[in-house]
Write a protein that binds this ligand. Sequence first.
Ligand code: GLU
Length: 395
Amino acid sequence: MSHPLSDRINSLPVSQTLAMAAKARELKAEGKDIISLSLGEPDFNTPDFIKNAAIEAINQDYNSYTPVDGYGELKEAICEKFKRDNNLNYAPNQIVVSTGAKQSIANIAQVLLNPGDEVILPAPYWVSYSAIATLCEAKYVEIPSSIDDDFKITPAQLEAAITPKTKMIFFNSPNNPSGSIYSESEYRALAAVLEKHPQIYILSDEIYEHINYGVTPFSFGAIESMFDRTITVNGLAKAYAMTGWRIGFIGAPQWIAKACTKMQGQITSGTNCIAQRAAITAVLASPTKVSYMVEEFKSRRDLVLDLLGKIDGLKLNVPEGAFYVFPDVSSFFGKTISGKQINNATDFSMLILEEANVATVTGDAFGAPNCIRLSYAASELQLREAIKRIEKVLV
Ligand code: GLU
């Protein structure tokens, strides 16, 4: 029997990152020895200095509703962070704290997009961008890129994708899933195109900012001509190992920040009080306090590239940030492996799950149908074992 759900939810795809993580958990609960490289989640504990700030907040009886856009002290701390790390000068009334960067992105889309507007998504892009745009009844327009271009788009491609209906573009650097980082000059070349189209707003998702391996990411809003059109999104989940604390934030033109606050005020209200108090400490701390995690991710990246590089048929780029590898697996399409016909990246990802007990995410979910994503936010032991199993299935 079909249930009378809305067209909105019926047409919404399930988040493939979360679905694969749930599937891995389910199979583990059934007793299968699954290694999950599906979810992008640091396997570190939240640093003690942040945990202690939360404990203190509980003991100080922080328990009431919070201001919808976040504690003033936290917004001031975020302004300092934007200055310190990104050369961005925001005032506290341009900051909105949300329940994760995902909510920040959903707020922005809801307050800027009308049905029929177009949103440009340089592919590969994070799974929820397309779903969030669709929820706003906007049309998303993918700009494809390939592993041969290090998964980056060119100014000419951007120009060609723009129409009178284009309202927004979503940039994400360091990129999930490719790990690519746009350089300042690459961003400036893209900005030169956008300068000709003042109706387009830029969402710059910088959530992986601190997880980079020597290439310092550039903030799109730091380009002077773009500042008043850019919404900078960031949060604490990735670099501070705080995924479950759910703290995301934006710096935006004040009229957009105000609209996001209005939206949030009707949907979730202010973010959790304890997480916000801890966030003040996290945001004000020097990023060097969490660089031990970045160093560990770098050595895992090198290990994974080395081991996967020995498997014939996998094509790899060298990710400069985030904690994913995104191999092109298209050389396996059309083949039969372990009795299974592999026609696309989803078939390949399912083959690896069923035959190697390793959970990954299909590139189809990221607008890159030749690839699969593996998260290396897992222990070295797990990574070695996972790749050994993958190799056994493929060779
Ligand atoms: N952003 C992470 C990922 O891509 C967490 C899951 C999600 O929210 O999509 O795996």
